[in-house]
Ligand binder design. Structure first.
Ligand SMILES: Cc1cc2nc3c(=O)[nH]c(=O)nc-3n(C[C@H](O)[C@H](O)[C@H](O)COP(=O)(O)OP(=O)(O)OC[C@H]3O[C@@H](n4cnc5c(N)ncnc54)[C@H](O)[C@@H]3O)c2cc1C
Length: 637
């Protein structure tokens, strides 16, 4: 029977983490040398964890499926990373970052975790500066800040529109140093396909070498998953094409609880899809909403070019509906408002799937050079994709799947319900509740990897007696055979349809029924359609090539197979949560003016799902208690 013990330290919020850390047992330097830790993932979470654990003296085996750790999806992050440094002297503090994040997540996250995140945010910036990350600076040399959605202070540190790239280069250089020192062994182009659990503890992983096709087992004293999010379940998303759910989904099937899978974020400002066969969507960073104004024509029948529409005939709908936060309302709020005006027939561009993001006022006020300096690479990217110059005409943007707040359930120590399996970064569910505020994922990934996991994993290792794992152990054999069988089954596919065609079909179901707006009826329909599609997948899939060589179709088919199963869990979660909160918008539960209607009496909990073979997933509830903030209805007006 699964039990959820969040292990939240008692006592005042402000001192929980310090007291907890002091109570943690340490591993002596000599003992660390004999301990091995597996880290799967080299994005900001994985690279920061692997390099720090290497520096601490553990031996780390690190894995990623790309050809280089440096190509992890984190490299795509654009707008910035939050920290409560209060450099602008505009009223920021740890308490305010904590409050903004709890409120932004619509009171569906743990207070203790979020407070710790806000505390640690300051160390992250110092660490990254020390690693040489070239943050933007003011004239006097101090680090510059800008604002992101859902807050009224400027606390976002940035490197133009390439913050993820620069942060990852910092973490990657730290990782490379540990590889050079032989503290970390790097396995690129190696995919984790299952978790090895022995006597109830995570003791290793089963991998496939994506070049040779060789299946291997790697054992360790603990396993860390830093494998990112699953937005690609919608097929089109702003994520890297390779982002997937396989590692966390397979860990779920081995006994790790999956928390809040239906909390998926749709970002308001992506370039609208342009054709049926495109493979991904491109984000236009939220930072653009600092200076860009969002509008549509007042009248649905107004098809004039944007510069021909006078201000009085434009509807700056975010500024109108949310005068306090204006264009900087949180993502869930902005996305729903964009969808609403497009549903009214006032959308612009092909199919009416778009609204304007207009910089003309900012250019008139600050000059084109100033706007270019802040966002130049984003404007360039927009022009390369659309052929339009956004300095002269407004950008067109539309919401797109972007981030997943759901993930494997972890306690305060970032350990899952399988002892020895730790989960960090976007792969866990921990800190963002039902909606993540902008610039807070990079903060969380680096907080987990540099400053939290390295302490908490030490306590686990210091207090857990472990024997050696034999590769002949029946648990190792069983899981390896299961992986081999699954690959063989995929390769038997000699049907007519590619994995991409099934992925597109699944994405359509998910977007229509479990996307920006959900209904009980739609979700029930999805729960009937998904098994039908899955059955067709196994009957009509074609996978060319063999399993003994580099075969990206095979890799992809395996990931789609997992999405096909995981989609049902996501819909079950969305169906059971009969309330609207954050990005989870159930149409049946809304206020008279179309805002989400939470039901704290029934749903103030984390929904953690347990896998049961051949049965429906079982729901476990972790009640959320709010001692320090009072849940209120989230008002950005
Ligand atoms: C376009 C875009 C812009 C963004 N901008 C911002 C921003 O400005 N600020 C912000 O805070 N957030 C931003 N985000 C969100 C943020 O980038 C991500 O949430 C974050 O980078 C996730 O980091 P991660 O380390 O958890 O995972 P990832 O960076 O996704 O890394 C996952 C790693 O796991 C590995 N992996 C996965 N599965 C397996 C497997 N089965 N076997 C082996 N390896 C595996 C991959 O190879 C990779 O190394 C943005 C997201 C997007 C899409």
């Amino acid at each position: 029977m699964m039990t959820l013990d969040p292990k939240i330290p008692s006592g005042p919020l402000e001192t929980k983490w310090d007291r907890h850390r002091f109570g943690e047992k340490l591993v002596s330097p000599g003992n660390k040398r004999g301990m091995k830790i597996i880290v799967v993932g080299t994005g900001l979470a994985g690279a920061s964890a692997a390099s720090t654990l290497g520096q601490l003296g553990y031996h780390v085996e690190c894995f990623c499926f790309q050809d280089s750790p440096r190509r992890a999806h984190s490299i795509a992050a654009q707008g910035g990373i939050n920290a409560a440094k209060n450099y602008q002297d505009d009223g920021d503090s740890v308490a305010r970052l904590f409050y903004d994040t709890i409120k932004g997540g619509d009171f569906r996250s743990r207070e203790a975790n979020v407070y710790r995140l806000a505390q640690v945010s300051m160390q992250i910036i110092d660490q990254c500066v020390a690693l040489g990350v070239p943050f933007a600076r003011e004239y006097g040399g101090q680090l510059a800040n800008r604002s992101f959605g859902g807050v009224q202070v400027s606390r976002t540190f940035y490197c133009r529109g390439q913050t993820g790239q620069q942060l990852l280069l910092g973490a990657y250089s730290a990782l490379s140093w540990q590889i050079e020192r032989k503290q970390v062994t790097m396995h690129s182009r190696t995919e984790m396909l299952d978790l090895v659990v022995i006597d109830g503890h995570a003791r290793g992983i089963v991998t496939r070498d994506l070049v040779s096709g060789k299946i291997d087992v790697h054992t360790a004293h603990a396993v860390v998953l830093a494998t990112g999010g699953y937005s690609n379940i919608f097929y089109l998303s702003t994520n890297a094409s390779g982002s997937n759910v396989t590692a966390t989904y397979r860990a779920w099937k081995q006994g790790a609880a999956f928390a809040n899978p239906c909390f998926t974020q749709i970002h308001p400002t992506a370039i609208p899809p342009s054709e049926e066969y495109q493979a991904k969507l491109t984000l236009m960073s939220e930072s653009l909403r600092n200076d860009g104004r969002i509008w549509v024509p007042v009248s649905a029948s107004d098809h004039r070019a944007p510069d021909r529409i006078p201000p009085s005939e434009r509807d700056y709908f975010l500024e109108r509906r949310y005068p306090r936060f204006g264009n900087l309302v949180p993502r869930d709020v902005a996305s729903r408002a964009v969808k609403a005006v497009c549903d009214e027939g006032r959308g612009v561009g092909p199919g009416g799937h778009g609204v304007y993001l207009d910089f003309s006022d900012a250019i008139a006020q600050d000059g084109i050079d100033s706007i270019r300096e802040r966002y130049g690479n984003l404007f360039e990217m927009y022009e390369r994709i659309t052929g339009e110059d956004a300095y002269r005409a407004p950008m067109r943007i539309y919401p797109a799947p972007h981030y997943t707040m759901g993930g494997l359930w972890v306690d305060y120590n970032l350990m899952s319900t399988i002892p020895g399996l730790f989960v960090i970064g976007e792969a866990n569910f921990a800190d963002h509740g039902a909606n993540r505020l902008g610039a807070s994922s990079l903060m969380q990934g680096l907080a987990d990897g540099y400053f939290i996991l390295p302490y908490t994993i030490g306590h686990y290792l210091a207090t857990t007696k472990q024997g050696t794992v034999s590769l002949g152990d029946s648990a190792v054999r069983d899981v390896t055979e299961a992986v081999t069988r699954k690959i063989a089954r995929l390769l038997q596919g000699k049907g007519r349809r590619t994995a991409a065609s099934f992925h597109r079909a699944l994405g359509r179901i998910m977007w229509n029924t479990c996307g920006m707006a959900r209904t009980g009826q739609g979700l029930e329909e999805a729960l009937r359609e998904i098994p039908r599609l899955r059955e067709e997948f196994w009957r009509d899939l074609t996978v060319p090539g063999s399993g003994e060589s580099f075969n990206q179709e095979l890799e992809y088919a395996g990931r789609v197979a997992d999405f096909m199963e995981f989609a049902e869990l996501l819909c079950h979660d969305a169906l059971h949560r009969e309330e609207s909160c954050g990005a989870h918008f159930r149409e049946e539960f809304q206020t008279a003016d179309g805002e989400p209607l939470r039901d704290d009496a029934r749903f103030a909990y984390v929904a953690a799902w347990e896998f049961r073979p051949d049965e429906l997933p079982v729901l476990h509830r972790e009640p959320l208690s709010f001692e320090f903030v009072k849940p209120a209805s989230r008002n950005y007006q």
